[in-house]
Design a protein around this ligand. Structure first.
Ligand SMILES: N[C@@H](Cc1c[nH]cn1)C(=O)NCC(=O)O
Length: 460
């Protein structure tokens, strides 16, 4: 039997990056589609003769469709693999954009947006599935972080070139271009993406998972060659799935609530900043992600038994930053708002740790489904949080002319989501550690680790 060194990467790196890159490009186009209506808001209000409040219905429908599609998409991913799902999803997304390009009634536009949401829902989880299949596990945390960060650049495509086409040529050509981009990326994905390397790799035992603890290089062998029907019950019965779910839940909503809907109104109407200044704050946040993502990925790879610290640390940072900004009754200085957006970037970064939990606690045959379940967490929490902030704003200022005090009350409502998320996270962490202990992996208490480090320092 051929022996494959655990320190050798059997998949040619160039091919691995080409496969990941093609999938990633499709995800970037999905994020462009997701954010395109946000930048075309004013034109949408004119075209469909709707109010700004009805416009926000598009965001809610889209988030809800995305979240609802995650589990079916995850099950499908385990059945048909990343290549077919990315290609099909890109075509569905393109069909939605084409429909949006030509319709002029609200119900048809919402139906088009449902298609965009379904297509979008396939991209991220499918690309994430390629990472452990093509790369050694030591590299997976950083590449998972990079997938999220590079995908976010789709927002820049909708804010700059898409916006330029919209302003120069109008609604239909702008959305037809997005549809064409979707078709193109679907074809590229079908040609370039492969679900797993063809090179020989030791077949993993059916129940084996990517290793936790050593950080050692292992050959990419995480996609079983034979696909079986995956039981959702088996995925849900794994405490590691819930650890991932609540990690994503508690970490993604602070960023989404701010970036997708309420951040710009808060910075302009609440903090008295101009729209240009608000977009600078959002750009600072996007750029900070480029630094935080790889650093977090490296820490995850080096200290796999301490990944929940990253999540709890980011949550503490965000809660602290919001407290600093919301307790005073006056607009905050620039440095405090910068600290706030950096804290929100740190939670978006921490949300990807949820996928790493799924990878290391759920067997490869069920990883697509588990990734879908984890992804539901962040989007359900985002829906709850976006709704709660809007609800409080409506209660305290029904006329819609919001001032700082209204935002102080509204953003404080996020506390409810934090309590639910942190309780779920700590409960799931406890259950996961118990399961690990049954398998012989004991996570030493922090006290013990500090004492050991002190002794080591003294002896050294
Ligand atoms: N965790 C995010 C991706 C992200 C954003 N910033 C850093 N990473 C996520 O789960 N995204 C899902 C999606 O479909 O975009």
């Amino acid at each position: 039997m051929a022996v494959v060194s655990p320190f050798r990467d059997p998949a040619p790196a160039r091919l691995a990056f080409a496969v990941w890159g093609a999938g990633l490009a499709a995800y970037v186009v999905a994020v462009t589609g997701r954010t395109s209506l946000g930048v075309a808001g004013l034109q949408a209000v004119d075209r469909f003769e709707i109010s700004a409040a009805t416009l926000s219905l598009f965001s809610v429908v889209q988030l809800a469709v995305y979240a609802a599609a995650q589990i079916p998409v995850g099950l499908l991913l385990d059945r048909i693999g990343s290549r077919r799902l990315i290609a099909t999803g890109a075509m569905v997304l393109a069909a939605g954009q084409l429909m949006l390009a030509v319709v002029d009634t609200l119900p048809m536009a919402l139906a088009a947006r449902v298609l965009v949401g379904v297509g979008d829902a396939t991209a991220f989880v499918s690309v994430l599935r390629l990472v452990p299949a093509w790369f050694p596990s030591r590299r997976v945390p950083v590449l998972t972080q990079m997938t999220g960060i590079v995908g976010s650049t789709g927002q820049i495509i909708s804010a700059v070139p898409f916006m330029a086409v919209l302003l120069r040529f109008g609604w239909t050509p702008a959305f037809v271009s997005l549809a064409a981009l979707g078709v193109f990326m679907g074809i590229v994905a079908a040609i370039v993406v492969r679900d797993r390397p063809r090179l020989p790799a030791p077949a993993p035992a059916r129940e084996s998972v990517q290793p936790v603890g050593t950080g050692a290089e292992v050959p990419p062998a995480a996609v079983p060659a034979r696909r079986e029907k995956v039981s959702l019950r088996a995925v849900m019965g794994e405490p590691g799935t819930w650890l991932g779910f609540f990690t994503h839940f508690v970490s993604l909503f602070p960023t989404n609530t701010f970036v997708l809907l309420w951040g710009v109104p808060f910075l302009t109407a609440g903090q008295g900043r101009s729209a240009q200044e608000a977009s600078v704050f959002l750009t600072v946040s996007a750029l900070a992600g480029v630094v935080m993502g790889p650093v977090a990925g490296e820490l995850q790879a080096r200290h796999p038994l301490r990944r929940s610290w990253l999540v709890l640390g980011a949550a503490a940072f965000a809660i602290g930053a919001w407290t600093m900004v919301l307790v005073p009754t006056t607009p905050r200085p620039t440095w405090q708002l910068v600290v706030l957006v950096l804290a929100l970037t740190s939670t978006a970064t921490a949300s990807n740790v949820g996928f790493d939990f799924a990878r290391t606690f759920v067997p490869p045959a069920r990883l697509g489904t588990a990734t879908g379940v984890v992804n539901v967490g962040g989007f359900v929490a985002s829906l709850i949080s976006i709704y709660l902030v809007g609800l409080v704003l409506d209660l305290v200022r029904p006329d819609g002319h919001y001032v700082l005090d209204d935002f102080r009350a509204a953003f404080a409502a996020q506390g409810v989501v934090w309590v639910i998320g942190l309780t779920g996270l700590l409960t799931a962490r406890h259950a996961t550690r118990r399961r690990m202990a049954e398998g012989g992996v004991v996570v030493p208490p922090v006290r013990e680790v500090i004492a050991r480090m002190r002794n080591h320092h003294r002896e050294g």
